[in-house]
Design a protein around this ligand. Structure first.
Ligand code: MGD
Ligand code: MGD
Ligand code: SF4
Ligand code: MO
Length: 676
């Protein structure tokens, strides 16, 4: 028996350190958390606790396959790697001969490993001159919101959160989607901090908080402005911090006059007294911590909302204290990793266009020049992309050649011409950054690849070779690429192999004395770049959802309910749906009794959820866990495991956020009826 150090690869802020026990036959028999890791402390979540079962699952795709039925039918037959590579190379060559921009790579964070996620794949597509992909599906609105305000995806050092004195969990279901931070929250609470959760749903996290504030989706920016209004009106702001470390307070002060509390109460659906009390508690505690998460930026004004919330810690000087401040992502602390060497954008051939992944439906059905070949890896767009009707219409095009690199036969793989078997984290090496802590981590392979599976990196090396592309960068081994990336922060791969992880130098209160990574070095309450680059208001402002009872009254008359679709506890986006479908009670729609009664909707019976874009069917759960006027469908189910073969993304919009071109999954009005 031996034990190998590994890392959970999934798209989750926690990036857990794992240990894999391998028996003498080379079989992984157990996966567990590594108790030595300073942030993840040895716990894994329910999804990954038995990770070996995912790797050895009988449903794994272990051989190359070609389509043997209509697109979407899921009928395939096994072929050799040789035939698969020849077919892929021939088709990519054919498309590239016309216009290489007709080739579209489509990937996201199925694995967050830097090698299997964004190394050889990028080099390959760059050298081909393929269309570039703007990876916006999750986080770009908030990322740009932070960038214009505090300079980058940086914030509170997560390991100091236990020292916070007041905690706002803002649009985060932490116990489901970021459970390792919860331990720090509990310690802070044991030390006297109050914990308040702002969420339209009474989630597991809201339930365990001291207070739950149910907000109307997409109105968080207004709440932040209202709270800042109260803070300034009552003189609770930190004049010294503002003078030294921010720009534009005088202008912000004027702006805040436009957000008196009654107006904010009308927009957010939160009582005036609650807003005033929260503002005072937040400001008086000084070492106040805001855990913002991505839920609240999946709306038309998502970038501005995050920007507005990130103005709050500077207003009260919370950055002065360990545990104070705000956190959405720690990703920006890794800026010195050498991404340029990994991805080699210097190799880009010509001047290819960029396609926004959140608009895949549009790209596949109306881009000019046409998308003629699609290569999907680390993602399942047939299930997770918005505007699903358009996406599926595109994926079914007979003149589109689609390759999917996968572990499982997903909805997207069902639409492939060629499916290629990819290795899982136990079968390949990788290096990792995190968006919830500050360690660089190494995943060593613990077992040999199963069947004929190969790492993404190797698959792209092989395709490049078949295409006759010649460049030393296309020959680099995984180890060589890891070393190139680590070079930027002066870490040796060998040292990482010994230690397992290396902590980045992040101070306990990184912005106690300013030093924000903005052009001015200050927290930019007034952002010239918002105006010059984005042509948006340089000051925080409330940008309402596109689909909301106040901002679009006409639409709200036909489709009165705001539908959100946050992560299900046992799924990770659409990963694990085929393994844990029984742990969730089938696709559900949570609806408040006051909304259910007039529609004669009964608990446990199927309902049809619809709007102008499409519809899907789910089982009604009549509950006051969701605020009235809001309905919630835990996500993201595979279409083929959903009644009618469609999931919630049949109703979500392909419109994008104010900044960052992000998806607006939760900006979505619908109507609900009992299903026949
Ligand atoms: N178990 C599990 N963990 C996950 C994931 C998963 O699918 N399953 N997904 C991973 C990924 S990719 C990501 S990006 C993160 C996402 O992590 P989060 O950002 O935490 O996830 P969301 O569910 O999008 O948003 C969290 C909460 O926001 C609430 N919410 C929705 N709209 C609004 C709003 O307008 N305002 C406010 N205040 N709250 C709102 C939802 O009800 C939900 O409870 O989690 C990661 N971790
Ligand atoms: N309605 C609604 N839709 C949503 C969301 C929502 O909250 N509501 N959340 C959105 C968010 S935040 C995100 S991040 C996206 C996520 O959407 P995706 O990035 O598509 O994530 P997953 O659905 O988890 O699919 C990842 C796929 O990658 C595969 N994979 C994993 N590792 C590897 C590997 O090493 N090699 C290869 N070739 N494949 C691998 C997995 O098997 C899995 O099928 O979904 C978005 N869609
Ligand atoms: S999904 Fe998140 S919490 Fe679960 S093991 Fe992976 S990193 Fe840890
Ligand atoms: Mo995400």
């Amino acid at each position: 028996m031996k034990t190998i150090r590994a890392v959970c690869p999934h798209d989750c802020p926690d990036t857990c350190a794992m240990l894999v026990d391998v028996d003498d036959n080379g079989r992984a028999v157990r996966v567990r958390g590594d108790a030595g890791h300073p942030f993840t402390h040895g716990g894994l979540c329910v999804k990954v606790n038995h990770y070996e079962r995912r790797t050895y699952n009988p449903g794994r795709v272990l051989h190359p396959m070609k389509r043997a039925g209509a697109k979407g039918s899921g009928k395939f037959e096994r072929i050799s790697w040789d035939e698969a590579l020849d077919t892929v190379a021939m088709n990519l060559k054919r498309v590239a001969a016309g216009d290489p921009q007709g080739i579209l790579p489509y990937s996201y964070a199925g694995t967050m490993g830097l090698l299997q996620g964004s190394s050889m794949d990028r080099r390959f597509f760059h050298m081909l001159g393929a269309s570039l992909l703007d990876r916006t599906i999750c986080a770009t609105a908030g990322m740009f919101g932070m960038r214009y305000t505090v300079g980058a995806s940086v914030g509170t050092n997560p390991e100091t959160v236990d020292r916070a004195r007041f905690i706002l969990i803002w649009g985060s279901n932490m116990i489901t989607s970021n459970v390792h931070l919860w331990r720090y929250i509990l310690r802070a609470r044991a030390n006297g901090a109050r914990v308040v959760t702002i969420d339209p749903l009474r989630t597991r996290t809201a339930e365990q908080s001291d207070e739950h504030v149910p907000i109307i989706p997409g109105t968080d920016g207004a709440l932040a402005l209202g709270m800042m209004h109260v803070i300034v009106r009552e003189g609770l702001h930190d004049r010294d911090y503002l003078a030294r470390h921010t720009i534009g307070f005088d202008r912000l002060e004027k702006r805040l006059e436009e957000y008196p509390v009654p107006r904010v109460s009308e927009i957010t659906g939160i009582p005036v007294e609650t807003i005033e009390r929260l503002a005072r508690e937040y400001a008086n505690a000084k070492a106040s911590f805001i855990r913002a998460n991505y839920g609240l930026q999946r709306h038309a004004g998502g970038g501005m909302a995050i920007r507005t919330i990130f103005c709050m810690p500077a207003l009260i000087g919370a950055w002065r204290y360990p545990g104070g401040g705000a956190l959405l992502s720690t990703g920006g602390f890794y800026a010195k990793l050498d991404f340029a060497s990994l991805e080699r954008s210097d190799l880009i051939k010509g001047h290819p266009r960029t396609i926004n992944m959140s608009r895949l439906g549009e790209a596949l059905t109306s881009a000019d020049p046409k998308v003629r070949a699609l290569v999907v890896y680390n993602s399942n767009p047939a299930a997770i992309a918005p505007n699903q009707q358009r996406v599926l219409e595109g994926l079914r095009r007979e003149d589109l050649f689609t390759v999917v690199l996968e572990h499982f036969q997903t909805d997207t793989a069902d639409h492939a011409d060629i499916v290629l078997p990819a290795t899982t984290q136990l079968e390949h090496m990788d290096i990792h950054k995190s968006y919830g802590h500050t360690y660089v981590m190494l995943n060593s392979p613990s077992i040999l690849p199963l069947g004929e599976a190969k790492p993404n990196t190797e698959i792209f090396r092989l395709i490049a070779d078949r295409l006759g592309l010649v460049h030393p960068a296309l020959k680099d081994s995984d180890e060589a690429m890891a070393q190139q990336a680590l070079g930027g922060i002066g870490i040796k791969l060998e040292d990482l192999k010994t230690a397992g992880w290396v902590k980045l130098p992040v101070a306990d209160a990184p912005f106690a004395n300013g030093g924000f990574p903005t052009p001015s070095g200050k927290c930019e309450l007034y952002s010239e770049r918002m105006e010059s680059i984005e042509h948006l208001d340089p000051l925080p402002a409330y940008i309402p959802p596109r689909e909301n009872r106040l901002s679009n009254r006409a639409l709200a008359q036909t489709y009165p309910l705001a539908l959100i679709s946050p992560p299900a506890h046992h799924f990770l986006n659409s990963t694990f749906v085929n393994l844990f479908q029984d742990a969730e009670v089938g696709p559900t729609l949570e609806i408040h009794p006051e909304d259910a009664a007039p529609r004669e909707i009964q608990d446990g019976l199927p309902v049809r959820i619809f709007n102008g874009r499409g519809d899907f069917v789910a089982k009604a759960v009549v509950t006051d866990r969701v605020r009235s006027g809001v309905v919630s469908a835990a996500s993201t189910w595979w279409n083929k495991m959903s009644p009618g073969g469609r999931n919630v993304n049949s109703t979500t919009s392909g419109e994008v956020t104010d900044i960052g071109g992000g998806a607006t999954f939760y900006d979505n009005l619908v109507e609900v009826r009992p299903a026949d």
